[in-house]
Design a protein around this ligand. Structure first.
Ligand SMILES: NC(=O)c1ccc[n+]([C@@H]2O[C@H](COP(=O)([O-])OP(=O)(O)OC[C@H]3O[C@@H](n4cnc5c(N)ncnc54)[C@H](OP(=O)(O)O)[C@@H]3O)[C@@H](O)[C@H]2O)c1
Length: 292
């Protein structure tokens, strides 16, 4: 039996959909949820709902009873980054106690020099988790997921078609943006096919692109000029602050913009293409659909 954590989230729910599409019976799928509230859509699928929380090892040991394979979806805790690391370590510890055989973990991409990147905290949390998992005695598959294409509009803003501008401090940095849906499909493939034991996969698009190119794609689609302005981070912070944006949000945007400018997500790889059996969706196509 396979158990999916983060089943109420965007990624976990898509993995369940793909497992069912691949023919895994609902009776062979268990999911971990924090509470039974708002789980109607999961209940309708007929999967086995189990209560657990990354904060609570004992609850997870119970939730993982009889599970052979676990998909550990990384924590989304918004507090100190150490909370996420602790959550992952708790889940792996519980899996070991519950005699789970194999863990597939959704990590994040990193490249040489990541220790100095603006998102070093996130990347290091994943690295610590990966090392703990490798030392756990369980077999593993590590999915180093690239940055979601969906994040493009979290950074560029939802109203680009109205403002005709993207204002973001990513400079000329590029990233191998991938569709969350396709990462979920790849995870479902890994969970249902052989040959992934003790492997680490870098899952990015085959071509990395930056916001200059993204602005061009949107311009082409709208048939109207969209300008990409990439300010210094201090100017960026001042402009957002003067527009009433909360400091936490400004810090988050600045951190990811700087990380893109540094090129820490500038990776191109064809492993995702191999797992999907087709080319991953290009950013240009994604933008075409958004403005279609
Ligand atoms: N590659 C990228 O670009 C990217 C972008 C964003 C995030 N991520 C990472 O990828 C993960 C999956 O992405 P997503 O889009 O599915 O995120 P999401 O929609 O925010 O889902 C996160 C899931 O984790 C669950 N969760 C959070 N804290 C938990 C806890 N203490 N115990 C048990 N479950 C807990 C949530 O449950 P509730 O419904 O109960 O809250 C939810 O099901 C994220 O958690 C994050 O680590 C990656």
């Amino acid at each position: 039996m396979i158990l999916i954590t983060g089943a109420t989230g965007n990624f976990g729910s898509k993995v369940i959909k793909h497992l069912l599409k691949k023919g895994v019976p609902a009776s062979e799928i268990a999911v971990m949820v924090r509470s039974m509230e708002n789980t109607g859509s999961l209940e309708k699928l007929g999967v086995d709902l189990r209560i657990g929380n990354y904060d609570d090892v004992d609850a997870m040991v119970k939730a993982f009873a009889g599970i052979e394979q676990l998909l550990l979806v990384s924590s989304s805790d918004r507090g100190a980054i150490e909370n996420r690391t602790k959550h992952h370590i708790n889940a792996i510890t519980a899996a070991r106690q519950a005699n789970v055989r194999h863990i597939t973990y959704t990590s994040f991409i990193r490249k040489e020099g990541h220790e100095k990147s603006a998102i070093a905290g996130f990347q290091n949390s994943h690295l610590v988790t990966e090392n703990f998992l490798k030392d756990s005695g369980l077999t593993f598959t590590i999915l180093q997921n690239g940055i979601y294409q969906e994040m493009i509009f979290a950074f560029a803003g939802e109203k680009v078609a109205e403002t005709h501008s993207i204002f973001f401090p990513a400079k000329q940095g590029r990233a191998g943006w991938v569709l969350r849906e396709e990462l979920a499909e790849a995870a479902a493939t890994v969970l249902t096919t052989e040959g992934h034991t003790n492997k680490t996969y870098i899952l990015t698009n085959t071509a990395a692109i930056g916001f200059g190119q993204i602005a061009e794609y949107i311009s082409e689609r709208l048939n109207e000029e969209v300008e990409y302005t990439t300010p210094e981070v201090t100017t960026f912070g001042d402009v957002l602050k003067n527009s009433g944006v909360p400091p936490m949000y400004i810090d988050m945007m600045t951190m990811w913009g700087t990380a893109i400018a540094e090129g820490t997500m500038d990776l191109e790889d064809n492993t995702l293409e191999l797992l999907l059996g087709r080319k991953p969706k290009k950013v240009q196509e994604f933008i075409g659909e958004i403005y279609g």
